[in-house]
Design a protein. Structure first.
Length: 141
């Protein structure tokens, strides 16, 4: 795998991307046994999908795996939905890892004016803390 989001990539790369990326903030990625227990799929099936040994899974398998990771079965089959979904997954992982998911969730439904106010307030707070306005990693400048 090239390291980041799936675009026109193999089924194995897409499955591996989900395993590595989709998990709660307070824990490591899900294991094969955890996913197997939650989906009813065997650890052998999961391992074969992730390693590329199984390149032709059943529709039911893809639906179960997709349901667990919160993606439609089309994610595994089509490149265009995969790219869009992968971008959403990457954003969710960034929010999770940065510890700002709670703040972002509270912003849902705010008017454009309120969102602009929140952005302005955030920029002011970054200045007060000596952070570069473009530095998303929070390092001091």
């Amino acid at each position: 795998m090239n390291g980041e989001q799936p675009g026109s990539q193999t089924l194995a790369e897409k499955v591996d991307y989900l395993f590595r990326t989709v998990h709660p903030r307070d824990r490591k990625p899900f294991t094969h046994p955890e996913v197997a227990k939650a989906t009813g799929l065997s650890t052998g099936v999961l391992s074969a999908l992730r390693s590329g040994k199984n390149v032709n899974p059943t529709k039911d398998t893809l639906e179960k795996l997709g349901k667990f990771f919160g993606v439609p079965a089309a994610y595994f089959l089509d490149d265009e939905p995969s790219e869009q979904i992968s971008a959403q997954i990457a954003l969710a992982a960034l929010l999770r890892d940065a510890g700002i998911a709670r703040v972002a969730a509270r912003m849902v439904g705010l008017s454009d004016g309120s969102l602009e106010t929140v952005t302005a307030m955030t920029e002011q707070l970054r200045k007060l803390e000596g952070l570069d306005s473009g530095n998303a990693e929070g390092r001091r400048t």
